[in-house]
Design a protein around this ligand. Structure first.
Ligand SMILES: Nc1ncnc2c1ncn2[C@@H]1O[C@H](COP(=O)(O)OP(=O)(O)OP(=O)(O)O)[C@@H](O)[C@H]1O
Ligand code: SF4
Ligand SMILES: [Mg+2]
Length: 361
């Protein structure tokens, strides 16, 4: 049996696992939900502090895989880092809260409590994690360091579980643990990153572009395994990706980001099947097609804003929007929630039947 000691607020799960090699008896009793409210993150720039997240609110339901999509610079990684309270200078969380069940508001966590929450409660793979391993130590040594820093009592069991996870992802576990990072390919390192995110059996797992260094076949396999492990362990998973195909395949719910805002959020199949925000529609139309009418894919005109060019007033998407109206230039559209879907767009709001608009006023 694995005997990782429990962190604050955790209680043991029954000591059984249908899958050999999976950690047992170590996780928090309940699958955590996450409530991000009015989160503002700014980066210091030569032009002063500018917001990369401008008051983001997002509820992540327990037990779901939520995808975050959006073009480069939309704030996906900044949001993922905020869930770990890991935004580094020149950035800082300037306002808002990130309530995680079992942990409280992580924006208020600091020092040892924060360090212990990361890894034990919050498993994560940073973007380009394949480049963030320690070049001087073998993967096995880094695994043991991780275990010791989180008071894991049974280190041999931790190693067994790590090997098993690596083997599930198609690698020779023993060999990988004996290797230094330079002996591994980018794709192998990325799988090491996923193993390290899962091995302490955190119940909230945050994966930022976890499979970008993998070829398409390996990517499909790894995503299938991530989904399997998510289900077996009863995790809540947040997956950042710029790939709409990955989002469609893996996620239950989808949040679409633009210019530091969540502009649309809802069940993945509904968001992709009947997108309500013009930006979501643009992203879907831009997906390259391999069959049918391959000329159908249309790149989104224009460029996404940078920190310095995000409109100061009105809708963040106004400069590229085919439906822009006068009000869009002056009034930021509020997020309207209806039937589990959230949309922030004046045109989407105007298209809703008047009766229902009144109900949600
Ligand atoms: N350290 C930093 N200093 C200044 N600006 C930053 C810093 N990190 C991010 N930004 C800016 O914050 C905004 C959001 O960046 P973020 O990395 O969160 O976007 P992203 O959606 O993850 O993009 P990508 O798809 O390229 O990973 C961008 O405009 C980016 O240039
Ligand atoms: S609020 Fe206006 S500019 Fe923004 S997406 Fe909707 S219609 Fe377009
Ligand atoms: Mg990113």
């Amino acid at each position: 049996m694995t005997t990782i000691s429990h962190g604050v607020g955790e209680s043991p799960r029954p000591e059984s696992s249908a899958v050999p090699g999976l950690l047992v008896g170590t996780a928090a009793a309940t699958t955590p939900g996450v409530r991000v409210r009015d989160l503002t993150v700014v980066y210091r720039t030569p032009l002063g502090e500018l917001p990369a997240l401008g008051g983001v609110s997002l509820t992540i339901e327990p037990g779901t895989i939520t995808g975050i999509v959006g073009e480069s610079g939309s704030g996906k990684s900044t949001l993922a880092l905020s869930l770990l309270n890991a935004v580094q200078p020149p950035g800082r969380i300037a306002g808002g809260s990130v309530e995680i069940d079992g942990l409280g508001d992580v924006v208020d966590l600091a020092g040892d409590r924060l360090r212990r929450a990361r890894g034990r409660h919050l498993g994560y793979v940073f973007q380009a994690a394949q480049n963030s391993l320690n070049p001087l130590k073998t993967i096995g040594k880094q695994l043991l360091d991780l275990g010791r820093s989180h008071d894991v009592d049974d280190l041999p069991a931790l190693v067994r579980d790590a090997k098993s996870l690596l083997e599930r992802m198609g690698l020779d576990g023993a060999r990988v643990l004996d290797s230094h990072q330079h002996e591994l390919s980018g794709g192998m390192r990325q799988r090491v990153g996923i193993m390290l995110a899962l091995v302490l059996n955190a119940r909230l797992v945050i994966l930022d572009e976890p499979t970008t260094a993998l070829d398409m076949i390996t990517q499909a396999t790894i995503l299938r395994i991530v989904r399997e492990i998510h289900q077996e362990r009863g995790l809540t998973t947040l997956m950042v990706t710029h790939d709409m195909g990955v989002a469609a395949e893996v996620t239950d719910r989808l949040a679409v980001m633009y210019g530091g805002r969540v502009v649309e959020h809802g069940p993945t199949m509904e968001v992709l099947g009947s997108p309500r925000h013009p930006y979501t529609r643009g992203l879907i139309q831009a997906i390259p097609r391999l069959s049918g009418d391959i000329t159908q894919s249309r790149a989104l005109p224009g460029r996404p804003p940078t920190l310095g060019t995000v409109p100061k007033r009105g809708c963040v998407f106004q400069e590229r929007c085919p439906l822009r109206m006068e009000v869009c230039e002056t009034v930021e559209p509020p997020s309207v929630i209806e039937n589990g879907r959230t949309v922030a767009c004046h045109a989407a709001e105007a298209a809703r039947p008047a009766e229902r608009r009144k109900e949600h006023a």
